[in-house]
Design a protein around this ligand. Structure first.
Ligand code: ATP
Length: 366
């Protein structure tokens, strides 16, 4: 929990490259925190394969109970759908956490990275998607699974959209836009094909927008967005949409920016938030000291900024700025990991980030 001058965070390492990049992220976080006298208390909790081998669950009760007492946590990547069938979490611990802890807004800022030879060098788009319902069968029913097979060649998939989830999501989006100084929000939809569900989603923004008179709320069809994004990306600085559309839209933007390996994200609720990299477990490079911790470290910076917004903790904001500065600093110094075309190992990169944090000028600490 955020204290007057410190924060408590849980750390869940995950699978594949997860343990390495969470360890690197924690080192980077602690370097930034100590530079601004932000006290951090970290609690490591079991998740994923390691947890399953010990307690037959990828998200054991002890982890779920402990997370109830935390305001924020860092989640390393977990495998999706590759755990044993008897896993009570059904092989999707990240989805379980999003739904059961009410982390209803998934914020994905996508910025072009020069090292990735982006198709659009000045791309800067943030996609916020509703995270708890929609077309995701593991989280849209109170009991059972939202996709089923009545006969061998008939498959049905349920998409759930509720007024309550849309209202809290719309409020989050409009408050987020205001806090970050945006002048407009684009709501992506497909009301022409799905008038009822999309109608409820759009209705939430229609009802609430009067309370945010400085913000322009524009409706754009998701298919129009897809074709217009490459040419009119400046129109789409901040977009908000339902769960599956948001998943696709953020990956489309990431593709134009150069790839998902450095893309951060935050899963936010009313009282809790979870930092999570957009990429997966990257099992091909796990344990080789080759992974890039950038996405998870930048996700952690987002979590610190969320703490600042919630708890008015300026040290959190300053630590977030330092993490971002440290990553840029390491890259400017030419310490670049292999995924971005460099030769640095993960530990060399982490060391360079920490060095840049230590040498950051006072202007970064504000
Ligand atoms: P999963 O099955 O968990 O989704 P995946 O390997 O199929 O994992 P990603 O983890 O997103 O999907 O990775 C795709 C490729 O991008 C990987 O093969 C890896 O080489 C690279 N990659 C992803 N994340 C990183 C990272 N943090 N550092 C370096 N390379 C990465």
């Amino acid at each position: 929990m955020a204290q007057a001058d410190g924060i408590r965070l849980a750390v869940l390492a995950g699978d594949g490259v997860g343990p390495e990049i969470t360890a690197a992220t924690v080192d980077i976080l602690q370097a930034a925190a100590s530079r601004v006298d932000l006290r951090t208390k970290l609690e490591t909790l079991p998740i994923g394969w390691k947890a399953y081998k010990k307690s037959r669950s990828t998200l054991p009760e002890e982890t779920i109970d402990a997370l109830r007492g935390h305001t924020g946590w860092i989640l390393g990547p977990t495998f999706a759908g590759e755990y044993p069938k008897d896993d009570p979490i059904k092989g999707h611990p990240s989805g379980y956490l999003r739904r059961n802890f009410g982390l209803f807004a998934n914020v994905r800022p996508v910025k072009a990275w020069p090292q990735l030879e982006p198709l659009i060098p000045d791309l800067d788009v943030t996609v916020i998607r509703e995270n708890t319902e929609g077309f995701y069968p593991d989280r849209n029913l109170a009991w059972g699974y939202g996709e089923f097979l009545p006969t061998a060649d008939v498959a049905l998939s349920l998409r759930v959209i509720t007024g309550a989830a849309c209202d809290r999501f719309a409020r989050f989006v409009l408050e987020y836009a205001t806090a970050l100084g945006h002048s407009s929000v684009v709501v992506l939809h497909k009301r022409t094909a799905l008038p009822q569900t999309e109608g409820i989603f759009i209705g939430a923004f229609d009802r609430l927008k009067k309370a945010f008179p400085k913000l322009e709320v524009e409706l754009v069809r998701i298919d129009t967005f897809s074709s217009a994004l490459p040419r009119e990306h400046k129109r789409f600085r901040l977009v908000a949409t339902t769960n599956l559309f948001g998943d696709i839209a953020s990956d489309q933007a990431s593709g134009l920016a150069g790839g998902v390996a450095v893309a951060p994200s935050l899963n936010a609720g009313i009282e809790q938030a979870m930092a999570q990299a957009v990429h997966g477990t990257a099992a091909d490079i796990a344990g080789k000291n080759l992974a890039n911790p950038t996405a998870l470290a930048l996700s952690t910076a987002m979590l610190l900024r969320w703490f600042d917004q919630k708890k008015r903790n300026k040290r959190c904001r300053a630590a977030a700025g330092l993490i971002e500065h440290g990553i840029q600093g390491a890259m400017k110094a030419g310490v670049i990991t292999q995924d971005l075309g460099g030769r640095a190992t993960m530990s060399a990169f982490t060391k360079a980030v920490i060095k840049a944090i230590g040498e950051a000028p006072a202007s970064v600490l504000k």
